[in-house]
Design a binder for this molecule. Structure first.
Ligand SMILES: Cc1ncc(COP(=O)(O)O)c(C=O)c1O
Length: 414
C-alpha cells in the first residue's frame, strides 16, 4: 500500500509556488481519503464532552463516541454555573464589546478577570487576550527585538515560535538544564535581554518542566523566565494555581502565559507579570492592542470557573483520580506513554501511517482520540493523544484501554 507522508509532501514542495503546492497537496489528501484516514477536522454535533456525537468520515453518518479530545480539564465548559454566568453577561453586555480594549472595548469584567488571574498566578498584574495563541505572539513580539535572544525549549508551542520571528533564538534541547547552562555561559553576554522560554507542561508529551533548576539558572545568568502554563494552570499545584505553585515558586517566574480554553473551559488567553511590564504590554502587545476584547459571555464564564476552582476542590480531585488511574492502567498494559505526568497521555505509535490506522480503528470501536503526526511532532514520534478531563468516568477509561489492547493484537503498537 502506498505510504506518502505529510513530511514527504512538505519536503518535495519546499521550492514550489503557493498554487502548485495546494495542487500537489491533493496527492497526500487523496491517499488519506482512500484509506479512510481522518486528516481534516472532524465534525461534532453538540458539545465536545466525554460522550458526544461526531460525523463518521467513512459513511458521513452520525456516530456516538467516547471522546478523549477535549482539554476542558475540569469540565468547566458544561457546568450549569459557568453557563448561567455567561447567559447573564449576554443579557447585561450583549454579544460583544466590539472594540479593542485600547479604544473602548475594555469592560469592568475584563478588569475584574485581570485582577483575579494576577492573584491566582501569584503575579502583580495580568492582561487577557482573545486567544492564548495571540498572547504568545503579541507578548514576545513586544518584548524581544534584534539585540535580544530567546533560549527556547525544543518542544514549546508553535505560537511561541511565531512570536519570535523578530529576534534571535537558540534551541536549548528539551528539559535539559545542564545544556541550558552551557548555552547561557557562552551566549548570554552577547545580547541585551535574554529570555528562557519553557512550557510548564508540554502539550504533546504531558511532561513537566524542571522549573526549580531553570529559576536558579536564570537568576545566575540574569535571564528572564517565560513560562507558557496552558496545561498547568487550573490543574497542577494544591490549589490548581499551576506549575509555579506545584514547585512552590509562586512569584519567581517573570512572565506566565496561559489559555482560557483548557482548565477554564472557554476561549482566550492571559499574560501575568509585573505591573510595569503589564502596563507596557497594554500599549505594545499588538494582538490585543489591535484586536477586539474577549466577549462578555466568555469573561463572565471564566470568572465563574475561577471561583469554582477556588471553592470546590473536589473537581480537581476527580481529574487527578482519573489521571492516576489511567496512567497506572496504561503502564500495567505495557503501553509507551513517555514521561507523561499530566492529563495528556501520548500513546506512542512512532509511525504516522500506523497512527492514522489506530485512530480509524478506535473510531470503529466508538472511541474518539486524536492522531498526532508531522508537523506537530516528528514522524518517529507519531502518537495518539489522549486528553483526560474530570467528567470522564472509569468506564470511559476502561473502554479506551480495551480498544487499544484489541488494536495492539492487529497492529502491534506496544
Ligand atoms: C502550550 C500551549 N500554548 C498555547 C496554546 C494556544 O492557546 P489557545 O488555544 O487559547 O489559542 C495552546 C493550545 O493548544 C497550548 O497547548
Amino acid at each position: 500500500m502506498e505510504n506518502y507522508t505529510l513530511k514527504d509532501f512538505t519536503l518535495q514542495t519546499l521550492r514550489t509556488d503557493a498554487i502548485d503546492r495546494t495542487i500537489q497537496f491533493k496527492k497526500w489528501h487523496k491517499q488519506a481519503k482512500q484509506n479512510n484516514h481522518q486528516v481534516f477536522w472532524t465534525k461534532a454535533y453538540g458539545a465536545v464532552k466525554p460522550e458526544m456525537t461526531i460525523e463518521d468520515p467513512s459513511t458521513g453518518l452520525k456516530r456516538k463516541v467516547i471522546s478523549f479530545v477535549s482539554n476542558d480539564y475540569l469540565g468547566m465548559s458544561q457546568r450549569p454555573e459557568t453557563i448561567q454566568a455567561g447567559i447573564q453577561a449576554l443579557q447585561t453586555y450583549g454579544t460583544g464589546a466590539c472594540a479593542a480594549p485600547s479604544i473602548g472595548g475594555y469592560l469592568d469584567i475584563h478588569q475584574e478577570l485581570e485582577k483575579e488571574i494576577a492573584d491566582f498566578t501569584g503575579q502583580e498584574d495580568a492582561l487577557v487576550f482573545s486567544s492564548g495563541f495571540g498572547v504568545n505572539v503579541g507578548v514576545l513580539n513586544a518584548l524581544l527585538g534584534k539585540e535580544d535572544i530567546a533560549f527556547i525549549d525544543s518542544q514549546v508551542h508553535s505560537s511561541v515560535l511565531d512570536g519570535l520571528r523578530g529576534t534571535n533564538t537558540k534551541n536549548i534541547g528539551h528539559n535539559n538544564p545542564e545544556y541550558l547552562e552551557f548555552i547561557l555561559q557562552n551566549e548570554r553576554s552577547k545580547y541585551k535581554t535574554a529570555m528562557v522560554i519553557i512550557d510548564g507542561i508540554y502539550s504533546q508529551d504531558g511532561d513537566i518542566a524542571p522549573l526549580p533548576e531553570i529559576v536558579t539558572l536564570c537568576k545566575k545568568y540574569n535571564a528572564l523566565i517565560y513560562m507558557d502554563d496552558a496545561h498547568g494552570i487550573g490543574v497542577f499545584g494544591k490549589n490548581g494555581r499551576g506549575i509555579a505553585e506545584y514547585f512552590n515558586l509562586l512569584g519567581q517566574v517573570d512572565i506566565i502565559t496561559g489559555t482560557l480554553s483548557k482548565a477554564f473551559g472557554a476561549v482566550g488567553g492571559f499574560v501575568a507579570c509585573s505591573k510595569d511590564m503589564a502596563d507596557y504590554l497594554r500599549l505594545h502587545a499588538n494582538t490585543t492592542v489591535f484586536s477586539s476584547s474577549l466577549t462578555p459571555q466568555v469573561t463572565c464564564s471564566v470568572l465563574k470557573a475561577l471561583e469554582l476552582i477556588k471553592t470546590d476542590k473536589s473537581i480537581l480531585q476527580k481529574l487527578w483520580d482519573n489521571v492516576n488511574y489511567f496512567r497506572k492502567r496504561l503502564l500495567e498494559e505495557g503501553f509507551d506513554i513517555k514521561q507523561s505526568v499530566a492529563a495528556i497521555f501520548p500513546i506512542m505509535i512512532r509511525d504516522p501511517y500506523k497512527t492514522y490506522e489506530v485512530a480509524r480503528l478506535l473510531k470503529e470501536r466508538n472511541i474518539y482520540a486524536m492522531s498526532i503526526v508531522f508537523p506537530a511532532v516528528v514522524n518517529k514520534d507519531s502518537r495518539i493523544r489522549v486528553s483526560l478531563i474530570a467528567s470522564h468516568e472509569k468506564e470511559h477509561l476502561e473502554a479506551l484501554i480495551t480498544a487499544l489492547s484489541e488494536i495492539d493484537k492487529e497492529l502491534h503498537i506496544k
